[in-house]
Design a protein around this ligand. Structure first.
Ligand code: GRF
Length: 209
């Protein structure tokens, strides 16, 4: 790419998913705006049946399953295959969107400062799983979601943004999860844009292609 100011470059994003891909869909919709600072160039799933793969394919976005099962517990070998696919597609920033595998330190290090995640709680409350049930059990009156940079600790990296929702009388895990998910779909595109701008504006950023 020649003669472009970095201000017009769209950061190349790879999205890692494991399931239905509703956050992926929200990111894809935001990225349809030509002024959005990121474009989704690859969707990878560890589960061949992940619904998000089909969402991506219908929009003509490259979407590939790299099944973890043939790697027989060698998590790093699986991640090396994912890493090769990301780099092969010229990915510059990784967005985890419901990717349900704990990452090895090797992968986290390989993408340090270039990988973000969405987590369904107001971190530092409730890292890990079952966040909605735990928020209800704790009697919190606010709950929500967080987008953060990924570091070695589980759900522990620097926060990019948060969105909160009320916990209402009579809420169940399902009603609360649905309210948080709607907030996720608003938050993640904003935070991906912010992360992409930060990356693009960093002094050492060179577009991969
Ligand atoms: C979301 O709640 C996200 O916060 C969590 O996994 C869920 C993924 O949902 N990490 P979807 O696949 O984006 O619909």
């Amino acid at each position: 790419m020649t003669d472009v100011t970095l201000g017009s470059v769209r950061v190349r994003v790879g999205v890692l998913i494991s399931g239905r891909g509703s956050n992926l869909a929200a990111l894809m919709e935001a990225a349809q705006d030509p002024g959005y600072p990121a474009e989704i160039v690859l969707v990878l799933a560890n589960a061949p049946g992940a619904g998000g793969l089909e969402i991506a394919r219908q929009a003509d976005i490259a979407a590939v399953a790299i099944d973890h099962r043939p790697f027989k517990g060698d998590r790093e070998a699986h991640e090396r295959a994912i890493d090769a696919a990301l780099r092969g597609a010229g990915v510059e920033l990784v967005a985890l969107a419901g990717y349900m595998r704990i990452l090895t330190p090797w992968f986290v290090q390989a993408w340090r400062g270039r990988m973000i995640n969405i987590h369904p709680s107001l971190l530092p409350h409730f890292p890990g799983v079952d966040t909605h049930a735990r928020a209800l059990a704790a009697g919190h009156d606010r709950h929500g979601c967080t987008v953060h940079w990924v570091t070695e600790g589980v759900d522990a990296g620097p926060v990019i943004g948060q969105a909160d929702v009320p916990v209402l009388n009579g809420d169940t895990v399902e009603t609360l999860a649905a309210r948080v998910l709607t907030a996720e779909h608003g938050l993640y595109p904003q935070c991906l844009a912010q992360a992409a701008r930060e990356l693009r504006d960093a002094a050492n950023f060179k577009p991969s292609r």
